[in-house]
Write a protein that binds this ligand. Structure first.
Ligand SMILES: [Zn+2]
Length: 170
């Protein structure tokens, strides 16, 4: 009963801000409520629902990586129950549009049809490719995956650490 009330409370008020500190650093990651609300709208609660995803945008200082903008899914994405690939041209258009508003590209998000999200090998490979191609500091490219568990257990965040290994913030 208590749980049910909490969920109701959640849906009426919307998401809270989600924050975590990068290990060994003073820098924190903050995901704003509008971003969480957007990605949670695509939770794969229905058995027929395919993965959805897109891009994350925001600002970076030495103390804070703030994710305040989100895009996707796009019409040209490749989507199935257990796979997702963002349409690269649609993604680039969004990256340009957010850049014009002063918001940098900060990574990717997608949904998973599992309670507690875990990245697949290809999810991590895709992020590594983006990090290798980009000029950004590695910790500013993050992978956000939203699972089916209740908030905030549904949030998974990974990034490429200073030694090139994948680290989890959740
Ligand atoms: Zn995935």
């Amino acid at each position: 009963m208590e749980k049910w009330c909490a969920l109701r409370f959640f849906s009426r008020r919307g998401s809270e801000t989600w924050t975590a500190r990068f290990p060994g650093s003073v820098q924190r990651l903050r995901i704003e409520p509008n971003v969480l609300d957007h990605v949670r709208r695509f939770r794969q609660s229905k058995l027929s629902a395919a993965e959805a995803g897109g891009q994350l945008f925001g600002t970076v200082t030495s103390e804070l990586v703030q994710v305040s903008g989100v895009s996707g899914p796009h019409r040209g994405d490749e989507r199935s129950r257990y796979s997702f690939r963002s349409d690269p041209r649609a993604a680039q258009r969004k990256i340009n549009r957010f850049a014009a508003r002063g918001l940098a590209y900060l990574g990717e998000w997608h949904t998973h049809a599992e309670e507690i999200p875990r990245p697949s090998g290809s999810d991590l490979g895709a992020i590594r490719e983006i990090v290798d191609r980009s000029q950004l500091n590695t910790s500013t490219v993050v992978l956000l995956i939203i699972g089916l568990a209740e908030p905030d257990a549904d949030v998974g965040v990974w990034y490429v650490g200073p030694l090139g290994d994948f680290l989890s913030l959740t």
